[in-house]
Design a protein around this ligand. Structure first.
Ligand code: SAM
Ligand code: SF4
Length: 348
C-alpha cells in the first residue's frame, strides 16, 4: 500500500491537532470506520436476508481508508475501531491494519481495534496481533448452535468459537458483545456471563436499535436492558465500577465471577452527553451521530486533491455540526426505522 507520510499530514496548516471539539464541548477522540457493508452473516436484527450491497466502485480503496483514518488521527483521534459489515471479509484488510499500526508506533494513536463476527478470526488472529491490535469485540448472541444459525441465518457457532480461541492464544483480549433479544436469548444471559467470564472475557449486552429495514417487526425483538439488569439482580451481585473503554458501555463487576459486564443502552438511557464518537462509512460518508441522518461527504474532498487541506476542512465543518443527541423509539406506533441506513452501513 502506498502511504502518505504522517509528516505530510501534520505539516498542513489546517491540521493543527488542537483536537476535534464539537459545539457542546465534547472532544471527538474515537472514530469507527466501516470498511465494507458486506457480510457473511445475515443477523436478523441487522440485515434483511436479501440485502443489496453497494457497487464496489463506490467503496473507498484501502489506500483512501488509510488516508482518511490518518487525517482523523492527526486531528486528535486516539482510538480507531475498524468495523462493517464484516471487516474481515474485505480483501487485503490486514494490509490496512498493518499500515495504520504506524500511528500506534508514533504514539499518536492509543488503540487500533476491531468489531467482528469472528467467522474469519481463526485465520487472521496472528496477523491482527502483529499489527498491534490488543483487544477486539466479537459478537456472539447465543451459545446454542441452532439458535446461532437462526439469529445469524448463515453463521456457524463452532467456527466463531475457534476464532475466539485463536485470538486469545494470540494474546488479543476479547470482549463478547451480545444483542439482547426478546424471546430469543433472554433466558441465556446467565450462560453468556458464565461462558465469557469463565474464559476471561468481558461481556457487553446491547439493546437493539431501530436502524434500517429488516423485513421484520422490531417490537418483537426489543428487550430493554433495564429489565435484563433487574432480573440479573435475582441471581448475581452487580457492583458498579468506574471502568470505561472509551465507548458507550457502562460496566459492573459480577461479584460471583469477578468478570466485567457492560450495558450499552441507547434506548433506555440516553448516552449522548458523553459521546466522543463519529463514524465513517465504507463510501467515506461521515455520520456525526448514529441516530441522526445528517452526514458529510469526505470522499469528494479525498479524491479532489492529494493534498489534505480540503479533507481537513470538511472534517472540521462536520464536527461543528455534531448534534446534541438522538432519540430512538421502538413501539407499535413507530413501525419505520428511526434511521433508514443499516448498522452494517454506518458501522456498529
Ligand atoms: N459484523 C461485525 C459484528 O457483527 O460484530 C461488525 C459489524 S456489526 C454491525 C457491529 C455490532 O452491531 C454487532 O455487535 C451487532 O450485534 C450490532 N448490531 C447490528 N445491528 C444492530 C441493531 N439494529 N441494534 C443494535 N445492535 C446492532
Ligand atoms: Fe453481519 Fe455483524 Fe450485521 Fe451480523 S451484525 S449481519 S455479522 S454486520
Amino acid at each position: 500500500m502506498t502511504l502518505t507520510s504522517p509528516a505530510a499530514f501534520s505539516d498542513h496548516p489546517t491540521a493543527q491537532a488542537s483536537g476535534l471539539v464539537d459545539p457542546f464541548g465534547r472532544h471527538v477522540t474515537y472514530l469507527r470506520v466501516s470498511v465494507t457493508d458486506r457480510c457473511d452473516f445475515r443477523c436478523v436484527y441487522c440485515m434483511s436476508e436479501h440485502m443489496s450491497f453497494l457497487p464496489r466502485k463506490d467503496l473507498l480503496t484501502l489506500e483512501e481508508l488509510d488516508r482518511l483514518c490518518s487525517a482523523f488521527v492527526v486531528k486528535g483521534v486516539k482510538k480507531l475501531r475498524i468495523t462493517g459489515g464484516e471487516p474481515l471479509v474485505r480483501k487485503n484488510i490486514i494490509s490496512l491494519f498493518r499500515s495504520l499500526s504506524r500511528h500506534l508506533e508514533t504514539g499518536r494513536l492509543e488503540e487500533l481495534t476491531l468489531t467482528t463476527n469472528g467467522s474469519q478470526l481463526e485465520k487472521y488472529a496472528g496477523d491482527l496481533k502483529a499489527a498491534g491490535v490488543r483487544r477486539i469485540n466479537v459478537s456472539i448472541d447465543t451459545l446454542d448452535a441452532q439458535k446461532f444459525r437462526t439469529i445469524t441465518r448463515w453463521g456457524d457457532l463452532s467456527i466463531v468459537l475457534k476464532g475466539v480461541e485463536a485470538a486469545t492464544r494470540a494474546g488479543i483480549g476479547v470482549k463478547i458483545n451480545a444483542v439482547a433479544l426478546k424471546g430469543v436469548n433472554e433466558d441465556e444471559i446467565d450462560d453468556l456471563i458464565r461462558f465469557a467470564h469463565g474464559a476471561g472475557h468481558d461481556l457487553t449486552l446491547i439493546e437493539t436499535m431501530p436502524l434500517g429495514d429488516i423485513e421484520g417487526d422490531r417490537t418483537d425483538q426489543y428487550l430493554p436492558l433495564s429489565v435484563v439488569r433487574a432480573r440479573l439482580l435475582d441471581r448475581w451481585t452487580l457492583e458498579d465500577i468506574p471502568f470505561r473503554t472509551g465507548g458507550p458501555a457502562r460496566y459492573v463487576r459480577v461479584k460471583e465471577t469477578g468478570g466485567r459486564l457492560g450495558f450499552i443502552t441507547p434506548m433506555t438511557h440516553n448516552f449522548c452527553e458523553s459521546c466522543n464518537r463519529v463514524r465513517v462509512t465504507c463510501t467515506g460518508t461521515l455520520y456525526m451521530c448514529l441516530g441522526q441522518e445528517d452526514a458529510a461527504d469526505l470522499r469528494a474532498p479525498l479524491r479532489e486533491s492529494p493534498d489534505n487541506g480540503l479533507l481537513f476542512e470538511a472534517i472540521d465543518a462536520a464536527i461543528a455540526r455534531k448534534p446534541k443527541g438522538h432519540d430512538f423509539i421502538i413501539d407499535r406506533r413507530h413501525q419505520r426505522p428511526a434511521v433508514a441506513r443499516h448498522m452494517s452501513v454506518t458501522g456498529g
